[in-house]
Design a protein around this ligand. Structure first.
Ligand code: AP5
Length: 230
């Protein structure tokens, strides 16, 4: 019997990907989406969409993102809350770039509790800062489907043509320059890295060597996620 106010526990497999800029969160989240039928939720993508749409949140976020600083918790939590409430998230999500502060992690716990769900695994992609500038400066994305590429590490099979959707328009992000990457790395170490201990204390942390090649990292993640989703 369901008591008043009690929630039916959700079977959704919700995952968090932690890691500094360029660690491979987006690359791996898209591969996990395909492999496990989960939905990638990237707060960076949601914020960039808000900037493009010229919403109030987007207008406030634009300069902050260009400087490589963190957008306010209030804005990001509101955007994430709205997206999580959409029906396609019901089977589980891969949070890519959220949470990034302890305030966001605690807000996420509250949102998950409201849904009768929880975080099954928080996976920390461990990398060397020095390699991140190279990764980020070579990155580009298909404007049609969002598939991510790299000049050296993940070039499309046919130059200028997206492997996934056949699109030919590729874009590079405004914040993918050496100066902004330094600020983004500083923000990561000061505000986001403490979340590794936050999730370790909750018994859901897994660490992956993300300096390995993309497919090798994906294999490690697949093992962790397979255990987390059962
Ligand atoms: P966001 O869009 O989240 O950017 P980020 O965290 O800086 O991470 P990136 O997207 O740069 O890197 P990634 O780890 O996804 O790497 P990728 O897979 O692309 O955030 C942007 C901004 O939005 C923030 O600075 C902040 O202002 C704001 N923001 C977002 N969320 C926020 C929040 N929660 N709170 C406050 N503010 C927020 O890989 C990079 C490149 O390397 C690619 O070209 C890829 O092909 C290549 N690559 C990937 N893996 C490998 C590998 N193993 N070997 C070789 N190359 C690889």
């Amino acid at each position: 019997m369901i008591m008043d106010g009690a929630k039916t526990p959700s079977t959704a497999a919700n995952l968090v990907l932690l890691g500094p800029p360029g660690a491979g969160k987006g690359t791996q989240a898209r591969m996990l989406e395909d492999a496990f039928g989960l939905v990638q939720l990237s707060t960076g993508d949601l914020l960039r969409a808000a900037v493009t749409a010229g919403t109030e949140a987007g207008l406030q976020a634009k300069a902050v993102m260009e400087a490589g600083d963190l957008v306010s918790d209030e804005i990001v939590i509101a955007i994430l809350r709205d997206r999580l409430a959409e029906p396609d998230c019901a089977n589980g999500v891969i949070l890519d770039g959220f949470p990034r502060t302890t305030v966001q992690a605690e807000a996420l716990d509250g949102l998950m509790a409201d849904l009768g769900a929880g975080i099954r695994a928080a996976i920390s992609l461990e990398v060397d800062d020095a390699a991140m500038v190279t990764r980020i400066s070579g990155r580009f994305t298909c404007a049609g489907c969002g598939e991510g590429y790299h000049d050296t590490f993940k070039a499309p099979a046919v130059e200028g043509v997206c492997d996934k959707c056949g699109g030919t328009e590729m874009t590079r992000r405004a914040d993918d320059n050496a100066e902004t990457v330094e600020s983004r790395l500083r923000a990561y170490h000061a505000q986001t890295a403490p979340l590794i201990d936050y999730y370790d204390a909750r018994g859901v942390l897994a660490r992956v060597d993300a300096m390995a090649e993309i497919d090798a990292v994906a294999q490690e993640l697949n093992k962790i996620v397979r255990q987390a989703v059962v």
